[in-house]
Design a binder for this molecule. Structure first.
Ligand SMILES: *[C@@H]1O[C@H](CO)[C@@H](O)[C@H](O)[C@H]1NC(C)=O
Ligand SMILES: *[C@@H]1O[C@H](CO)[C@@H](O)[C@H](O)[C@H]1NC(C)=O
Ligand SMILES: *[C@@H]1O[C@H](CO)[C@@H](O)[C@H](O)[C@H]1NC(C)=O
Ligand SMILES: *[C@@H]1O[C@H](CO)[C@@H](O)[C@H](O)[C@H]1NC(C)=O
Ligand SMILES: *[C@@H]1O[C@H](CO)[C@@H](O)[C@H](O)[C@H]1NC(C)=O
Ligand SMILES: *[C@@H]1O[C@H](CO)[C@@H](O)[C@H](O)[C@H]1NC(C)=O
Ligand SMILES: *[C@@H]1O[C@H](CO)[C@@H](O)[C@H](O)[C@H]1NC(C)=O
Length: 368
């Protein structure tokens, strides 16, 4: 029995090494570390506005994952297992040293992480503890999260940031284009829509129903492009100034760089993968902070990926990728040039280049 298992294991390792060479060893580049920042999966709208015409029953409630979202999270986990086969443990054994998983404290993010990990880490024979349940618990930590999207809704968390956000929002809401759109939306929804966030929640309602293939009211269809642009722009202004970038996204960037360095140092707490489940309002500001142009609105399960490789001459280089949705299809994963650090971008160079957007002490710098 042991021998048989041993032979199977060897075969598995050989087969896996064969089919993974693409990701794990590109031009003899050796994969060392992966960071994944993913948006949660399909969810219900966050609100229902006043005189809604077609009320839809969202079984798990507003803001929660839908059935589709649950399955897509699970499928994303299976796709990640495939993509990083050969980088991950060859016997598909979960070990705490392999992966760190964090989530914002929002339920749909936490649950996305949970279903995703069910797809990525089904217990292997040795880790199966219940024959009827192909599942094992993998830790998900909200305490590791450097996702500061809460700064945007709770001013007391970072007073200096909220002063700047307030200014940026005023300017944004006062552009003719959006003043006009808000007036239009107020009329048809009979809602007050006083703040940028009030408008965003209605705009998101439209986007969400459309993505879920429900028909949306004619008035909304007529201005759908403007509504979509509003959603994206309202997330871009979260990092309107250099200081806002530093306060909002700098901490997460620093965390990634530090994890990459720990991996190169073979530090005892280094992991192979760090997966964070956040929001559209995490991803858009993060890409803007890196000065990426032409940021598009992240679909459910869209992900920013940073892969760290060792080159044959022992340099360490960083690749930035953008994955379109939960499918993780190779053709939907695009390499993005890092502004200020063209490929091959050495980790040290990138550390130097990003110095100005990394806070020394976030809580100190948040003080007004
Ligand atoms: C929404 O409510 C307003 C008045 O509150 C009404 O004039 C309008 O016809 C309603 N629209 C829809 C689509 O129900
Ligand atoms: C306001 O909404 C009503 C329908 O509720 C519509 O007949 C009217 O044209 C709208 N006004 C504007 C300025 O869009
Ligand atoms: C909506 O329709 C498209 C095209 O038929 C399909 O690919 C997609 O899965 C559907 N989405 C949902 C949430 O049902
Ligand atoms: C990695 O090693 C370098 C040089 O020894 C050191 O400066 C740095 O603090 C280490 N970083 C981590 C995250 O271990
Ligand atoms: C951004 O979009 C503009 C206009 O579509 C295009 O000219 C430019 O090359 C794009 N930039 C990048 C970095 O893709
Ligand atoms: C790269 O590092 C490995 C392990 O540290 C070492 O065996 C190898 O000789 C190094 N290669 C070069 C080109 O420095
Ligand atoms: C950051 O500043 C706060 C005071 O605002 C202080 O309590 C904390 O110890 C500082 N952290 C570090 C790592 O220096």
């Amino acid at each position: 029995m042991i021998n048989f298992k041993f032979i199977i294991s060897c075969l598995l390792i050989i087969v896996m090494n064969d089919c993974v060479s693409k990701i794990v060893n590109q031009n003899n580049f050796q994969l060392k570390f992966v960071f994944i920042l993913s948006r949660h999966m399909n969810r219900a709208p966050l609100i229902e506005y006043k005189n809604i015409t077609n009320r839809i029953n969202w079984p798990r409630g507003l803001g929660e994952l839908t059935d589709q979202g649950i399955w897509n999270a699970y499928r994303a986990g299976q796709a990640l297992r495939e993509r990083y086969l050969g980088f991950l443990h060859p016997l598909q054994r979960y070990t705490p040293s392999e992966i760190d998983v964090s989530s914002t404290s929002v339920e749909r993010c936490y649950q996305t992480a949970g279903y995703l990990l069910a797809g990525m880490y089904p217990p292997n024979d040795e880790q199966t503890w219940n024959q009827l349940l192909r599942w094992q618990p993998i830790p998900i930590k909200t305490s590791l999260s450097k996702d500061h999207q809460q700064f945007a809704v709770n001013p007391s968390l970072c007073p200096k940031y909220s002063v700047e956000l307030h200014e940026a929002t005023e300017t944004f809401m006062n552009t003719e284009k959006y003043k006009n759109l808000v007036k239009y939306m107020k009329n048809y929804t009979s809602s007050t829509l006083d703040t940028c966030y009030d408008v965003l929640k209605v705009a998101d309602f439209i986007w969400t129903e459309h993505m879920a293939n429900y028909s949306i009211p004619n008035w909304a269809m007529e201005r759908k492009d403007d509504i979509d642009k509003y959603i994206l722009s309202s997330m871009e202004i979260l990092v309107e100034t250099e200081q806002m970038k530093r306060l909002f996204s700098g901490d997460m960037l620093n965390d990634i760089l530090t994890r990459m360095e720990a991996s190169m140092n073979k530090s005892s707490d280094a992991k192979k993968i760090y997966l964070h489940i956040g929001h559209d309002s995490t991803i858009v500001p993060f890409l803007k902070t890196l000065n990426i142009e032409n940021v598009t609105y992240p679909l459910y399960g869209a992900a920013v990926v940073m892969e760290l490789y060792a080159t044959p001459s022992n340099e360490t280089v960083v690749k930035l990728l953008y994955n379109k949705d939960y499918k993780w299809k190779e053709s939907d994963i695009k390499l993005i040039e890092l502004p200020g650090c063209p490929q091959p971008c050495r980790l040290e160079d990138w550390r130097t280049y990003t110095k100005k957007i990394i806070p020394f002490n976030l809580s100190e710098e948040c003080k007004n």
